[in-house]
Design a protein around this ligand. Structure first.
Ligand code: FAD
Ligand code: DLZ
Ligand code: SF4
Length: 531
C-alpha cells in the first residue's frame, strides 16, 4: 500500500483553493473532515449556526469527491467518532499508511495549538500552511504593527488597498480619497424599497442535519424554521450575485440604519459564507470594484464595502493573532455583571433590544449596527463581563468564529482591551438609536427622557457609564466633549441620573441572568419582562 498524505479540512476551511490542497495529488491524498463533538459543544451554538456548519461541511465533502478527491467524512453520530480533531487524526493515521500531514493553519489559538501538537504526537511530519484566503498574513500584520504606538485601522486599510490594488489609480486612491464614510450615515424609513432576501430552501442533506440538531441539541436556543441559508459554494455565489445586483447600490448610504422587521436591509449577509470558506473575500471585492468601474454603483458604496472586507475583517484577524491567547481575558473596565436572560429569550420591553434579540433568535443574524449599537452598547453600559458578552456573540451568530468575534466583542464593542481596537468605547444614548432606527416610536420608553418612569434606560446608563468609569476613561481625548457636558450638569441632575441608572441596574440584578436551558424560555419576543 502506497504511503499517503493526510489533509485535514476544518469546518471553516470549505474552499476548493485551500492552501493545504496546493500541489496535492488526488491519488495519494486522503482528505479528512470530521464533525467533532468538541467543536459542536465548546460554546452553546445557536441551532441554526450548528446546522449551517454541519450542512455546509457535508455538502463540501460531496463537492470535493465530485472533483476527484478521496474524502473521509466522519459524522457526529458515527459510533467510532472520538469527538475531537486530534482523536480523528489518530484514527485516520491508524487506518491508513500516512507518511505526512498537510494542513492549513487554524483560525483560532485553541485549534492551532492542536495542529502544532500533532507532529510530536503522531511522529510524522506535519506541514502547517499559511491561510492564503486572507490578503495579509500574520507576518504582514506583525510587520505593519511593529513600532506603531496605535494600531489605527485606517492606516492598515490603506496598506491593504495598495497591496491588492483595489480602487487604486497608480499610487492614488480612486476619487483622491481613501475613505468615503462620511457619506454613509443616512437613516432609513420603512417605506424605502428594501431588497427581498434570497432564500435557499433546505435540501435532503440540510433536512437531515436539521433533524440531527433538533434531536441531539435540545438544550440549545434558536430557530431552525424558515431555513434560507446557502450551504454550497454555488448557492453562496448566487447570494453574492444577489447582493451585487440589488443591495450594493444602497449599502453605503444605509449602512448604519435599523428598521423594524428588516433583518438584513442592504447588508450583504455574506459573512457566514466568507468565514466558512464558501466565498472568496478578495474575489468578492474585485467584483465590487468591477461594478463601480462599470458605473453600476457609486464610489462611496464600493469603497465602504471593500473597506469592511480588506480593512475591518483583516484588521480584526491581525489584532486577534497579534494580541495572543491572553487577549480574551482582558477586562479593562473591570466589568463583571452577568448578561440578562433576555439575551437568550428576547423578552424585554426595550423595543430596540427586543427587535435585535428576536431577530437573532430567529435567524442567527443581526447586522453590524444592531450588534454594536443595540446589544453591544447595552451590555457595555450595564457593565457586563466582556468575556461573557463575547461568549454570547460566539453562541448566537452564524458567522461567529473566535478570531473575528473576540476583537469585535471584547475589543470594538466592550472596550475590554482598553483601546487596542477602537480609540474610544462605542457608547451611545437613546438619541442615537432613535436617529438611526424606527425602534423608539412604539417603545414603552421615551428616548428623549433621561429620568422618570418612562425614560429610555440607555440615557441614564450612558451618563452613569461615563461617570463610574471616569478613572479609566476620563483622559480619553475622544470623550472630552461628553465629559464636559456631564460636568456642566448640576449636582441635582447628576444625582437623579445616577439614581435612575442605579434603580434600573438594581431591577436588572433582581431578575434572572444568563441562560441555563430551554426551561428559561425559548423565544418570548412578547415583551413580558422589562429588561
Ligand atoms: P455587511 O455589513 O454587509 O459587511 C460586509 C462584510 O464586511 C461582512 O460580510 C464581513 O465579512 C465584513 N465585515 C464588516 N465589518 C466587519 C468587522 N467589524 N469585522 C469583521 N468583518 C467585518 N463579524 C463576523 O464575521 N463574525 C462575528 O462573529 C462578528 N461578531 C461581531 C460582534 C460585534 C459586537 C460586532 C460589533 C461586530 C461583529 N462582526 C462579526 C462584524 C459585523 O457585524 C459582521 O461581519 C456583519 O454584521 C456581517 O453581516 P453582513 O455580511 O451583512 O455584513
Ligand atoms: C464551529 C464548528 C462547529 C460547530 N463544528 C465543527 C465540526 O464539527 N467540525 C469542524 O471541523 N469544525 C467545526 N467548527 C469550526 C471549528 O470549531 C473551528 O472554529 C475552526 O476550525 C477554526 O479553528
Ligand atoms: Fe431602545 Fe430607548 Fe428607543 Fe426604547 S426608547 S427603542 S429602549 S433606544
Amino acid at each position: 500500500m502506497a504511503s499517503k498524505t493526510l489533509v485535514p479540512i476544518l469546518g471553516d476551511q470549505l474552499s476548493f483553493g485551500l492552501s493545504a490542497l496546493d500541489g496535492a495529488d488526488p491519488a495519494t491524498s486522503v482528505l479528512l473532515m470530521a464533525e467533532a463533538a468538541d467543536e459542536t459543544t465548546y460554546v452553546r451554538h445557536h441551532r441554526r449556526k450548528l446546522a449551517y456548519i454541519l450542512s455546509a461541511m457535508r455538502h463540501h465533502a460531496e463537492a470535493l469527491r465530485q472533483r476527484g478527491w478521496a474524502v473521509e467524512y466522519v459524522e457526529l453520530t458515527d459510533p467510532d467518532n472520538s469527538g475531537s480533531f486530534t482523536g480523528e487524526i489518530a484514527r485516520a493515521v491508524s487506518r491508513h499508511d500516512i507518511e505526512r500531514i498537510v494542513v492549513t493553519e487554524a483560525g483560532e489559538w485553541r485549534v492551532q495549538a492542536m495542529l502544532e501538537a500533532w507532529q510530536t504526537l503522531f511522529g510524522i511530519p506535519v506541514e502547517i500552511r499559511t491561510d492564503t484566503r486572507f490578503v495579509a498574513s500574520h507576518a504582514d500584520f506583525e510587520e505593519w504593527a511593529e513600532n506603531r504606538a496605535d494600531l489605527v485601522m485606517e492606516f492598515f486599510y490603506r496598506e491593504q488597498r495598495r497591496r491588492t490594488e483595489l480602487l487604486m489609480n497608480g499610487d492614488k486612491p480612486e476619487g483622491d480619497r481613501w475613505n468615503f464614510d462620511k457619506e454613509n450615515r443616512k437613516p432609513a424609513a420603512a417605506d424605502l424599497f428594501m431588497p427581498q432576501q434570497p432564500c435557499f430552501p433546505p435540501d435532503a442533506i440540510t433536512r437531515e442535519v436539521i433533524a440531527l440538531v433538533e434531536t441531539s441539541f435540545p438544550q440549545l436556543i434558536g430557530s431552525l424554521d424558515d431555513w434560507d441559508l446557502a450551504v454550497t459554494r454555488a448557492d453562496a455565489l448566487r447570494a453574492q450575485a444577489y447582493f451585487l445586483d440589488t443591495s450594493l447600490g444602497s449599502f453605503g448610504d444605509y449602512q448604519d440604519a435599523m428598521v423594524t422587521g428588516q433583518t438584513r436591509m442592504w447588508h450583504a449577509h455574506l459573512s457566514p459564507y466568507i468565514n466558512s470558506g464558501l466565498l472568496d473575500p478578495l474575489a468578492l471585492c474585485r467584483a465590487v470594484e468591477q461594478r463601480y468601474r462599470e458605473g453600476k454603483v457609486a464610489l462611496n458604496g464600493a469603497e465602504g464595502f471593500i473597506r469592511q472586507i480588506i480593512g475591518w475583517r483583516e484588521y480584526m484577524r491581525g489584532v486577534y493573532w497579534l494580541a495572543g491567547p491572553g487577549y480574551k481575558d482582558r477586562n479593562f473596565l473591570r466589568a463583571t455583571r452577568a448578561l440578562p436572560r433576555s439575551y437568550w429569550t428576547a423578552q424585554t420591553d426595550m423595543n430596540c433590544l427586543r427587535q435585535a434579540l428576536g431577530q437573532t433568535w430567529a435567524t442567527a443574524y443581526a447586522h453590524h449596527i444592531q450588534r454594536l449599537t443595540v446589544t453591544g452598547n447595552f451590555a457595555m453600559l450595564i457593565g457586563a463581563d466582556p468575556h461573557a458578552v463575547h461568549l454570547w456573540y460566539m453562541e448566537v451568530y452564524v458567522d461567529a468564529y473566535e478570531w473575528v468575534t473576540l476583537p469585535n466583542t471584547l475589543g470594538m464593542s466592550q472596550f475590554g482591551d482598553g483601546g487596542l481596537v477602537g480609540t474610544k468605547p462605542y457608547a451611545a444614548s437613546g438619541a442615537y438609536i432613535n436617529r438611526m432606527s424606527d425602534y423608539c416610536a412604539p417603545c414603552r420608553y421615551d428616548p428623549t427622557k433621561r429620568v422618570g418612569e418612562d425614560a429610555c434606560p440607555f440615557n441614564s446608563l450612558y451618563w452613569d457609564f461615563l461617570d463610574r468609569n471616569r478613572g479609566k476613561l476620563g483622559d480619553n481625548p475622544r470623550l472630552r466633549m461628553p465629559y464636559r457636558t456631564w460636568d456642566r450638569f448640576g449636582d441635582d441632575t447628576k444625582a437623579e441620573t445616577r439614581a435612575q441608572a442605579a434603580a434600573f441596574l438594581a431591577e436588572l440584578d433582581a431578575q434572572p441572568a444568563g441562560y441555563e436551558g430551554p426551561e428559561d424560555g425559548r423565544s418570548g419576543n412578547d415583551g413580558v419582562a422589562r429588561i
